[in-house]
Design a protein around this ligand. Structure first.
Ligand code: NAP
Length: 312
């Protein structure tokens, strides 16, 4: 276990395996990644543990047979290189869906209704009382949300927006979805960006989606629209987002993830029209327990000679 996971998860793993828990919360260093692969039969890595091709190529043979990733996103692992090195990779889909969708809604509401700005005003002792034209934001009812990446989390966000807030849904994905609520598929990302009041990014990270949301997409959005990113930081070209926010090209943004996290640009921190959360999409004890137990089940199945349930 490359980070301390909740007690229940450690206990479940300890029942089946000779468990080592690395006590630090920081990502593994290159040296630690090599040790993990050479000294352990299975590893539970997570976000930030950058298992690149270079790591796998450092030795001809490794002891490790499985990387049971803690998290649905696995863009920090070069899966093809792991497979060439004789390892399988698993992840934790589903366990994260509702919690991450909830944080997307938190960001949508906070950004559209200027909640961060209002909270800062109160804490600074500068609130001079209610008045009819103070902190006017964007009402969500009847507006259109555009989902980029209509997978598990994208659909959970869309469902909340439509059923909870009466929003219309449009989306852009690689394939058409059959859904139990109305949603219009747009073939082009620019076409989607131009048609929405809120654009939510929910695609996986990786080479294919790097800077998918660039200056052109931000330029296509209406000036009052908000961009929400709960996916991975580098799906959004952060420098272009800073420009779009500071020039008023878009109305606001809500971010849970950052291109170079944990670094967050000073320019973003200084702006009122952006909500900044510290990657808390799945940060609830029950959710982290479910994710961890899923990783343990993948290890258990693999070492019992069965196909792990969540192979990637
Ligand atoms: P998922 O079910 O695989 O959904 C991903 C969706 O993205 C799919 O609908 C897929 O389309 C679409 N997609 C992939 N590449 C695309 C592209 N180039 N252009 C347009 N659409 C594309 O994954 P998920 O469970 O919803 O998770 C999504 C991501 O959220 C994860 O990979 C992870 O990085 C991130 N995440 C963040 C947090 C957080 O704490 N903020 C927590 C959990 C997850 P098709 O369906 O047509 O293939």
């Amino acid at each position: 276990m490359t980070r301390p996971l909740p007690d229940t998860v450690q206990a479940a793993a300890r029942e089946m395996f000779d468990l080592t828990v690395r006590p630090m919360t920081s990502p593994l260093t290159v040296e630690e990644m090599r040790t993990a692969l050479s000294d352990y039969d299975g590893v539970i890595p997570t976000l930030g543990d950058l298992f690149s091709e270079e790591i796998f190529l450092a030795e001809d043979t490794w002891r490790c047979r499985i990387l049971a990733n803690f998290g649905v996103g696995y863009n920090h692992i070069d899966v093809a290189a792991a497979q060439r090195a004789g390892m399988v990779v698993t992840n934790t889909p589903g366990a994260v869906t509702d919690a991450t969708a909830d944080v997307a809604l938190t960001l949508i509401l906070m950004s559209a209704r200027r909640a961060g700005e209002g909270e800062r005003l109160v804490r600074a002792g500068q609130w001079d009382g209610w008045h009819p034209t103070q902190l006017l934001g964007m009402h969500l009812g009847g507006k259109t949300v555009g989902i980029v990446g209509m997978g598990r989390i994208g659909q959970a966000i869309a469902r909340r927006c439509h059923l909870g807030f009466g929003m219309q849904v449009a989306y852009h994905s690689r394939s058409a979805k059959s859904l139990d609520f109305p949603a219009e598929q747009k073939t082009g990302l620019l076409e989607l960006a131009a048609a929405v009041d809120v654009l939510v990014v929910a695609v996986p990270g990786g080479d294919e989606t790097h800077h998918l949301i660039n200056a052109e997409v931000l330029d296509a959005m209406p000036a009052h629209a908000h961009l929400i990113n709960i996916a991975r930081g580098n799906v959004v070209e952060e420098a272009a987002l800073v420009r779009a926010l500071s020039s008023g090209q878009i109305g606001g943004a809500g971010l849970d993830v950052y291109e170079f996290e944990p670094a967050v640009p000073d320019s973003l921190c200084a702006m009122e029209n952006v909500v900044l959360l510290p990657h808390i999409g799945t940060a609830a004890l029950e959710v982290r327990e479910d994710m961890g137990l899923m990783s343990v089940r993948n290890l258990q199945a693999f070492f019992a000679g069965e196909a792990p349930p969540n192979l990637v």
